[in-house]
Design a protein around this ligand. Structure first.
Ligand SMILES: *Cc1c(COP(=O)(O)O)cnc(C)c1O
Length: 244
């Protein structure tokens, strides 16, 4: 699979510069929020990117410690065999249909996008009994109809359900922020996710809980509200083809 993306003049130096810029944004936002920058991990969303591009980016020392995320199962599975030796944890960050569970779980270290008890149960049933899969519950904090995720009012119940399944390890909450330029609106959603995490912690549901929130255009707002994982695509790869 060689789909060189030359349209935007992408080269190794450009990826390197963008990774450095993202890391600097994360560091600055963490410091501004009175947080330790090492609390915030960077997940690189590699949708539409070729195996070659993904390898190029993750071979860079600047990408060390970063995670990789795929939101489309079809792409995750197609690229899986060519990326088995990638030195990065891979997360599914998009919807999973029950008939694709076996295929998908083969290529991930964790699932950030559990959006129902049924999916949690179906994954637990299909997992190798020796395997414990870290999962996060995806919450639709904005209530926008186009967004997947459980309603905030149901999030705790789904989280504790995941935590009780023997081969799932509940590790926190994920959301896609409100589609808005209004800082107050977007941050209110992130604050809601943070309050769910706080409640889960106080109830002893799961451990080492993460907050996966914030993308290329709003990661500062998410970090101000407590994000421990920010997910960036365009900040690293440049604009995606509109058709995909
Ligand atoms: C693509 C994607 C991202 C990254 O989005 P950018 O705006 O390109 O940074 C983050 N999260 C999910 C679930 C995605 O699908």
């Amino acid at each position: 699979m060689i789909t060189k993306n030359t349209r935007y003049g992408q080269g190794v130096e450009q990826y390197q510069a963008r990774l450095i810029a993202v890391r600097e944004r994360v560091n600055a936002a963490s410091v501004a929020a009175g947080r330790d920058p090492s609390e915030v991990s960077i997940l690189v969303a590699t949708k539409t990117q070729s195996v070659e591009t993904i390898r190029t980016v993750f071979a860079l020392p600047e990408a060390s410690g970063m995670l990789r995320g795929e939101n489309r199962v079809q792409e995750l599975v197609a690229k899986g065999p060519d990326l088995v030796d990638l030195q990065a944890r891979t997360e599914l960050i998009g919807p999973l249909q029950s008939n694709k569970i076996n295929a998908a779980l083969r290529w991930v270290n964790g699932v950030s996008s559990v959006a129902s008890r049924e999916l949690a149960q179906a994954m637990a049933k299909r997992l190798d009994p020796a395997r414990v899969l870290p999962v996060m519950v995806q919450v639709n904090v904005s209530g926008e109809e186009t967004k997947s995720g459980v309603a905030p009012a149901e999030a705790m119940a789904v989280a504790s359900y995941c935590a009780e399944l023997p081969n799932l390890a509940f590790r926190g909450f994920m959301t896609i922020g409100a589609h808005s330029d209004d800082e107050a609106v977007v941050r209110r959603g992130y604050a809601k996710l943070a309050s769910l995490r706080d409640r889960a912690e106080s109830l002893g549901i799961g451990e080492a809980l993460h907050l996966s929130m914030g993308m290329s255009n709003d990661l500062e707002w998410a970090i101000a509200e407590g994000a421990t994982i920010v997910r960036v695509g365009t900040a690293v790869f440049g604009p995606r083809d509109a058709v995909r």
